[in-house]
Design a protein. Structure first.
Length: 234
């Protein structure tokens, strides 16, 4: 288990631009909501990502699917008062120690809430990758194109419902995937970018053509947000 300090150090090293003090200052302002959890606002109009991601998909995905994760997560926590007041990150990082009666719900609904909360924030049109993030990606993968290929490949190969990720694991960037609503936090990594490849994320516009959706998604990544997560660390 790496300490918070070590993790932040590693994160700063990956980015190559932050001092430990800076990274810690940024991380202190980062806090996800604690229970009862609420659906965060989308933060932009549902049609803001057209034509890549359509307004109807965004509306249903955010207002209905994410709301359902929030409601079911809160219901699970009601059943297990010892979990009240814990931030979502902690619930996910310690999911294996959560009482068995609600563990599956925390895993699925809590993962769903956390994953989608970062998903909305990671989408914006016409964002150029900031130099610090580009440098970190190039040093990890060899080039941005190689990263894109690996990320696309991971998203394409998710069998059934799940996510593909750019994460920081053991102080290094890595591309990974998870089934269902599992979060990289559950296995000790920190997610920087995730693509939702559940059919509810693309079926209305793309039907079975997941590859087209993945390609479209790559046009609406808010690289500023990804870079911000890189600096915030854990
Ligand atoms: Mn989804």
């Amino acid at each position: 288990m790496i300490t918070r300090r070590e993790a932040l150090k590693g994160m700063a090293a990956v980015g190559g631009i932050l001092t430990l003090g800076e990274a810690m200052a940024v991380s202190q302002v980062q806090s996800q909501s604690t229970p009862p959890f609420v659906l965060p606002p989308l933060g932009y109009a549902p049609d803001a990502l057209e034509p890549y991601i359509d307004a109807q998909t965004m509306t249903i995905h955010h207002d209905k699917h994410h709301q359902a994760y929030v409601d079911k997560l809160n219901a699970a926590i009601e059943k297990e008062p010892s979990l009240k007041g814990q931030p979502i990150e902690k619930l996910l990082r310690t999911v294996d120690q959560i009482p068995e009666t609600v563990r599956k719900d925390i895993r699925n609904q809590g993962g769903g809430h956390y994953n989608h909360s970062m998903f909305w924030k990671s989408l914006r049109k016409d964002v150029k990758m900031p130099a610090d993030l580009e440098k970190a990606i190039v040093s990890s993968f060899g080039s941005v194109e190689i990263f894109n290929t690996q990320f696309t490949d991971a998203a394409t190969k998710v069998f059934g419902s799940g996510w593909a990720w750019l994460v920081v694991r053991d102080n290094k960037f890595a591309v990974e995937s998870t089934p269902n609503q599992d979060s990289p936090l559950m296995t000790g990594a920190y997610p920087l970018l995730g693509i939702d490849v559940w059919e509810h994320a693309y079926y209305l516009k793309y039907q079975n053509r997941r590859a087209e959706y993945i390609k479209a998604f790559m046009n609406v990544v808010d690289w500023d947000y990804v870079a911000k997560r890189m600096k915030e660390g854990v």
